[in-house]
Design a binder for this molecule. Structure first.
Ligand code: AMP
Ligand code: MG
Length: 410
């Protein structure tokens, strides 16, 4: 057996960052910028009002109070999106809505709440003295043309995409999403609704792995379920290596396998067959067909999932240019014992996670810990890391790897 870190390092070394490309903002969410992004326009692009109210000359409001308002003639109205046509002269005001450009001559805005309409709207009584610049948003005070908006290596969030749209950037320079082909192998597998024949099981891994690829922000490509036939397996992997940037397969990598997966992958590619000191997911094959990385994950569904989390997900993140490859590891309190036996392996127990009133995360087992018991794993919010030894006692601390958003933990 080889240690987890060694297997992980070997896998990562076989994966390279994708060539940068400019992609439309609509496709850029979650991707990583490959170069610094500069603004090509000022934001805001012009001086405008932050409030609904009246654009005025600040000097005209000198000494104004509730009891002694300044009376100004209303010479026009400006909505957001309108061009400022009427200038504001001494003793004048223009009614103005949030976001509308400042009209020439005006240097301040009085919010509508501090005014009263007089003479059927032909004049306004301003009840407060304001200084120049009051409620005015200056052009460029968010971002200036030529400014660095984000450095290279920024993971684009919804807010980042909003900023790029605001500065006129239409395509983001990013490392693209890898297309990841997913293959299931094994003669026992069936798809579809037909009744199961003797010895048959339904293919659960393909659906799960396609979804895991999608969750990792890569593009899932369904390469199908391949019967245990040498020619069919060869054809599927060769075609996948051509059309995809990576292949994730499940099944056929454990010791006592009858499958042709090993034979075929050794012929087509440069593979290493590993026994990693972890449970579940001990067997792992990794290598390349041409330059396409191939992840041969074990067939047991829980093993497939854990193997994807520990090896394929970090590798796909590397290919997408992320600096942080692994999920956050947190510390939690085990509310019940998580026992295990010493066997030279690190165990990843599937646990339910809650956030306690004591401000700490708490875990307990998610149920059956067999590597075929996917239903219990589906309920789990995290993997608890149990180093070799006797496990963790009730009330002790344990490291956990949350599998989804922290916000989804109850
Ligand atoms: P293998 O890694 O091919 O030796 O398979 C280990 C176990 O996982 C066996 O019980 C298989 O039947 C099961 N298995 C393999 N592939 C899948 C799959 N795609 N969906 C569900 N179970 C699978
Ligand atoms: Mg098999």
């Amino acid at each position: 057996m080889i240690p987890l870190d060694e297997a992980r390092a070997f896998v990562l070394a076989g994966c390279t960052v994708g060539h940068p490309r400019a992609v439309p903002l609509a496709e850029a969410l979650g991707l990583v910028t490959s170069v610094p992004v500069e603004a090509i326009e000022d934001v805001p692009p012009f001086d405008n009002t932050a409030m609904d109210g009246f654009a005025v000359r600040a000097a005209d409001t000198a000494g104004a109070t509730d009891d002694a308002p300044a009376r100004l003639a209303v010479v026009g109205t400006l909505a957001a999106g309108a061009a400022p046509d009427v200038p504001v002269g001494p003793g004048e005001a223009v009614r103005i809505m949030t976001g509308a450009p400042m009209p020439p001559g005006a240097d301040a805005v009085v919010m509508v709440e501090r005014t009263a309409v007089v003479d059927d709207g032909s004049a306004v009584a301003v009840q407060v003295e304001v200084g120049p610049g009051n409620h005015v948003r200056r052009s460029g005070d968010d971002v200036r043309a030529g400014d660095l908006v984000f450095p290279a290596g920024t993971t684009l969030t919804p807010a980042h995409l909003g900023v790029l749209a605001s500065v006129g950037v239409r395509r983001a320079p990013v490392h693209p999403r890898p297309r990841v082909g997913v293959i299931s192998t094994g003669d026992e597998l069936v798809d579809g609704p037909e009744p199961l024949g003797p010895g048959q099981i339904r293919d659960s891994n393909r659906r799960m792995l396609l979804a895991l690829v999608e969750r990792a922000d890569a593009v899932p490509v369904d390469l199908g379920r391949i019967a245990d036939d040498e020619a069919a397996i060869a054809e599927a992997f060769a075609a996948g290596a051509e059309s995809c940037d990576a292949i994730v397969s499940s099944g056929g990598v454990s010791m006592g396998d009858f499958d042709f997966v090993k034979v075929v992958l050794d012929r087509l590619g440069d593979m290493r067959w590993m026994q990693v000191a972890i449970k579940p997911a001990k067997p792992l094959a990794f290598g390349t067909i041409g330059t396409t990385p191939v992840f041969g994950l074990p067939g047991n569904p829980v093993s497939s999932l854990v193997s994807f989390e520990l090896f394929a997900r970090p590798a796909l993140r590397k290919m997408m240019g992320h600096a942080t490859l692994d999920r956050l590891r947190l510390t939690a309190v085990a509310d019940e014992g998580l026992p295990r036996r010493p066997d030279g392996k690190v165990h990843f127990a599937r646990v339910l996670v809650t956030y306690g009133e004591d401000g700490r995360f708490h875990v307990r087992t998610a149920g059956g810990q067999g590597s075929h018991q996917l239903a219990a794993t589906a309920a789990a919010g995290a993997l608890a890391v149990l180093p070799d030894g006797g496990g963790v006692g009730a009330g002790e601390e344990v490291r956990i790897i949350p599998l989804g958003d922290l916000g989804t933990l109850a």
